[in-house]
Write a protein that binds this ligand. Structure first.
Ligand SMILES: [Zn+2]
Length: 105
């Protein structure tokens, strides 16, 4: 079975989130990064370019999951009223400054 590249993640956090989501749907995702060598967790996330590879056969399904995920993750974003940082919907607190989300603002 040959592998194809699905997506280039912005950082290792995104890559891990996405590979977790895919494996939850029965899709085996493989992470490939330029800084590989088992040290991904020890490097600053933003220095890494991580690609997500999947089996060719599972690519259509994986793409669907990816699109859904991208839609969801941009829909619920909220902006911190204190530091103006964008936060994903799943966060109740600003990741940047710790300000508690006030979504009615
Ligand atoms: Zn903030």
């Amino acid at each position: 079975m040959s592998k194809v590249r699905l997506y280039q993640a912005a950082n290792s956090i995104e890559a891990n989130l996405l590979s977790g989501l895919l494996s939850h749907c029965g899709i085996a995702a493989e992470l490939r990064g330029e800084a590989l060598g088992g040290a991904i967790g020890e490097l600053p996330a933003d220095l890494l370019q991580i690609e997500i590879w999947v089996d060719e056969q599972q690519l259509p399904e994986a793409k669907q999951q990816l699109e859904q995920w991208q839609q969801q993750s941009s829909q619920g974003n909220w902006q911190c009223s204190q530091c103006q940082e964008q936060n994903p919907a799943s966060f109740d607190q600003c990741w940047q400054c710790g300000h508690i989300a006030n979504r009615s603002e």
